[in-house]
Design a protein around this ligand. Structure first.
Ligand code: SAM
Ligand code: SF4
Length: 463
């Protein structure tokens, strides 16, 4: 069978980035992308451990792959199944015990060793044996030093990982255990990768890190640079028109980052700044090291620097011990801040984290009811924010064709999806768009020419 690779990615943008890097390390061995697991010789499941649901999904996918692999073997063929990412890191032994048809277990920090692990699987198979191989080390040398340049051209909007791991140890979160200690890539490496991405067509870069604004990579001057300074340096790259970053911890927003939002035109006025709860009691129990007042003052300072800054957040409902009064505080915070969008999750006990051991877990129906109420409130705010854009003209970076023929799709500065009737040749450009109406998940608009007259493509899109 030809070397065909299928990667399924669960979870966050960091995993999307890591999956692309795994494809990069296997490309020199002759692997090309398969459309389905059924047509692949190597299947990688790049997993997420942040909530239990994602782990359950992994085991259900592994059950399905077991049948695909058995059918392939019955035909005299072979299939290698690898589990990568954070579940592999945290529960490697359990995966091999529960799913002995898995061949490779590889953690997020060793993905550059995937070719060596595949060679080991082949070597053992050639000797007529079968043994799973596992590599979930936290190596001293960062993986970034071993990753080849990507063979794939980036999209108009590309991810760039600048920071990994976390030292904050919020009491609900597995990230410090699965991704390890905080690490920031040197400024020169980030600038070199950004320059390559832009030279190959990227116009927007989203800088990634589990706690990206804890970034403190060593600069060309030998001193640690924060994220604000890094953004200023990246903004010097000609043709890089937009810079974003995610995800941030409120405690790690410093003056330099706030000033960058004021001064750096390429830094988009959208900030994902998770608060998790609006109750000081719960924030303290979560070990967030900030209270509601701190968060609100921070948002005020950011908005003073950049008046149109749109703020997004994450919320957890049903954290152990959360009362109705705590939850009411969260709703109050939402009303006070006004979010452009936000994500809400039911608290999910994660093995090894302090909160999972708490005795006062909140019953599932209570979590469910709070989640529904929170989502309704957040949805109303998002609709309010989007509706306020109707009638405005926004610069949109077009990055892909729309879902229907004759459409192009892009993002506003505030990360809203925008659809217009336009030829796909505008992909890669920033064009002014008059926003005409709202769809469920996007804004619908019309292209505007420089003279403010409508273009040939000014028909309202009925997406
Ligand atoms: N570093 C970011 C921060 O400081 O908020 C968050 C990264 S975390 C991988 C992404 C989101 O998952 C969190 O903001 C949180 O809302 C959610 N999350 C993390 N652990 C969770 C858990 N045990 N149960 C439910 N949601 C969780
Ligand atoms: Fe997890 Fe974010 Fe807290 Fe780090 S700062 S422990 S990644 S929630």
């Amino acid at each position: 069978m030809t070397k065909k690779l299928f990667i399924k990615t669960y979870g966050c943008q960091m995993n999307v980035y890591d999956s692309a890097r795994m494809a990069d390390v296997l490309a020199p061995l002759g692997f090309t992308e398969a459309d389905t697991a059924e047509s692949a010789s190597v299947v990688v499941l790049n997993t997420c451990h942040v909530r239990e649901k994602a782990t359950e999904k992994l085991f259900s996918d592994l059950g399905r792959l077991r049948r695909v692999k058995a059918a392939r073997q019955a035909d005299g063929g072979a299939m290698v199944i690898a589990v990568a990412g954070c579940v592999a890191q945290a529960e490697g032994d359990e995966i091999l015990a529960r799913a002995p048809w898995v061949d490779i277990v590889i953690g997020p920090q060793t993905l550059h060793r995937l070719p060596a692990l595949l060679a080991e699987v082949d070597r053992v198979a050639a000797a007529g044996r079968r043994r799973a191989v596992q590599d979930t080390e936290f190596p001293a040398e960062p993986k970034f030093d071993f990753l080849p340049e990507s063979a794939q051209a980036p999209g108009v909007s590309a991810f760039l990982s600048v920071q990994e791991g976390c030292d904050r140890f919020c009491s609900f979160c597995v990230v410090p255990y699965t991704r390890g200690a905080e690490y920031s890539r040197p400024v020169a490496d980030v600038v070199a990768e950004a320059t390559r991405l832009v030279a190959r067509g990227a116009r927007e870069l989203t800088l990634l890190g589990q706690n990206v604004n804890a970034y403190h990579g060593v600069g060309p001057d030998g001193a640690p640079w924060g994220l604000g300074r890094l953004a200023r340096r990246l903004a010097e790259i000609p043709e890089l028109v937009r810079i974003r970053y995610t995800t941030s911890h409120p405690r790690d927003v410093d003056e330099a980052l706030i000033a960058a939002h004021r001064d750096v035109e390429q830094l988009m006025p959208f900030l994902h700044l998770p608060v998790q709860s609006g109750s000081d009691r719960i924030l303290a129990a979560m070990n967030r090291r900030h209270d509601v007042g701190f968060y609100r003052r921070l948002v005020d300072r950011l908005r003073a620097a950049r008046a149109d800054l749109a703020v997004s957040s994450d919320f957890i409902v049903g954290y152990p011990g959360e009362t109705d009064a705590d939850f009411a505080d969260t709703l109050r915070l939402i009303d006070a801040v006004g979010f452009a969008q936000a994500f809400a999750f039911k608290y999910s006990p994660r093995p090894g984290t302090p909160a999972a051991r708490a005795a006062n877990q909140v019953p599932e129906p209570v979590k469910q009811a709070r989640l529904a109420a929170l989502q309704e409130r957040l949805h109303a705010q998002q609709t309010h924010f989007n509706r306020a854009c109707v009638g405005r003209t926004l610069p949109v970076l077009f990055d892909k064709p729309g879902r229907r023929p004759g459409q192009a799709a892009g993002r506003s500065p505030y990360l809203q999806a925008v659809v217009v009737a336009a030829p796909t040749r505008i992909i890669g450009q920033i064009r002014d768009v008059r926003i005409a109406s709202l769809n469920t998940n996007s804004l619908v608009g019309m292209l505007i020419t420089e003279g403010d007259g409508m273009t040939d493509y000014d028909a309202r899109v009925s997406a």
